[in-house]
Ligand binder design. Structure first.
Ligand code: FE2
Length: 181
């Protein structure tokens, strides 16, 4: 699609977000299953519900615009999820894995916060007040989710991870002697 106006960009970015949220709907149950800490698991499950509501809001915005919601793949979300998946496949103690899950989830939140902030501003510039309000609601929810993840990281999880790491320090590998002088 050619981007000939700010309006085109607005629709394109909304489609990107629509795809990003749908990718996240598939990833969040897996993240919840991978979490060991019950509070973290509950936070992922709760965010799954919140994300469904966010997709509904986008649906309403597209309906009002008379545009279709699909047709764009969010490469950024795909990459963020892929990186999170790689972390989950690492051989790590549960607390370290939880910390890695929080880090992956916060990267997702920050991407969404940036994207929703932009489309909210575009909606305002076009005078789409209803859409701007809906997008602001989602932006606030993403901000809340991010704050909650920081709280989780600051409470039990990372400290436990550090303690477990200290029990078995990784052996320091000796540097191979240089072959040439
Ligand atoms: Fe979201």
């Amino acid at each position: 699609m050619a981007l000939e106006s700010l309006h085109d960009l607005y629709v394109e970015e909304l489609r990107d977000l629509y795809n990003a949220e749908n990718q996240l709907l598939k990833a969040l149950p897996k993240m919840a299953r991978a979490a060991s800490d019950p509070t973290l698991r509950a936070a992922f499950e709760e965010h799954l519900e919140v994300t469904r509501g966010q997709v509904d809001r986008l649906d309403r915005i597209f309906k009002r615009l008379g545009e279709r919601a699909t047709g764009k793949k969010c490469a950024a979300m795909e990459g963020l999820i892929e990186e999170g998946k790689e972390m989950m496949e690492e051989d790590a103690p549960p607390a370290v894995l939880d910390a890695a899950l929080i880090s992956a989830a916060q990267k997702v939140e920050h991407y969404e916060i940036a994207s929703y902030g932009c489309v909210r501003t575009y909606a305002r510039l076009h005078g789409y007040d209803d859409a701007a309000e809906l997008l602001q609601e989602t932006l606030d929810e993403e901000g809340e989710a991010d704050k909650k993840l920081t709280e989780l990281a600051e409470s039990v999880i990372n400290v436990e991870a550090e303690e477990e790491g200290e029990e078995e320090p990784a052996p320091r590998r000796k540097k191979a002697a240089a072959g040439r002088r």
